[in-house]
Write a new protein. Sequence first.
Length: 349
Amino acid sequence: MKAGPLPAQIEFRAVTKMYGRMSAVKDLSLTVRLGEFLTILGPSGSGKTTVLMMLAGFVAPTEGDIVIAGKSVSAVPSYRRDQGIVFQSYALFPHLTVRRNLEFPLEMRGVNGVERAKRVDRMLERVHLKDFGGRMPSQLSGGQQQRVALARALIGDPPFLLLDEPLSALDRNLREQMQSEVKSLHREFGITTISVTHDQEEALTLSDRIVVMRAGQIEQTDTPEALYDRPATRFVASFLGEANILQNTDFEIQADVAQPPGTLAMIRPERISVVMSGAPKRTDADQRHSVIGIVDDMIYAGPLRKYHVRVGSSLLVTREHAASGQRTFQRGEEVQLEWLRSDIRFVAA
């Protein structure tokens, strides 16, 4: 039988947070399911961090209620909420060794010394820091500090984990490694996780669902695949990856479905093929649309090539994987752009 939806563990019920006359979060209602990895994504000032701080108990909502496991926690202070938190700065105790950093939350929970030692040993083994227990945080790399911060948050077996842009201080390669580690830990522990980030790639990689916020409100909530492939608004389409908004074009927009009123046509760059002008028609040409343009720029990005192609008054961006023997088009060259009509999406303006 198909499994039903997981029960709600965390609920925001019409939550608003005001700072003077300015609303950081407006009438937010959101349900986080048990065991899921939910990412709150948005630009600076969208309210995403305020949502996390209210859930953690560091900030009180002005209106509405926050419910965890069926009980209101809006008036419960942070230190009385059973939760694990990883901050952007890691917030490790600089005067304590790695082992003592991990022991501290267990001491606060009254765990005896023998059990503490066992749990710390297991956790150090799990995060690949078995031989680092005696080191100070200053003696660790950024990635190692990140692992310690995650281990400290998880070692007390909290019912949920909060991540406040924990990977933003790492370089790209290390960030990608840590994304895999975070995903592995979530899979292993099965802990409900709420992450806040402005990094679209991180959100797409880690999340079961993504909440896109804008100006204190939820713009759209869905799975990573659905958000990327079927964005509801122009903002979501442009913020979550690149998007060609086909507005006021010099060519007719052809799609498999009629364009709803009040919407704009959109296509993702990787859905557009760049071929020689006058190239032979494909076998599925009746399902495609093609236009002629002039290459305005070609950007080489390792495994990818990006073309900026001017079609009349419109500038379209394409993205394709670079392959051996593949034709590279130069600036000023006439090319043909092709895409399936079924790849056109319509988004609210």
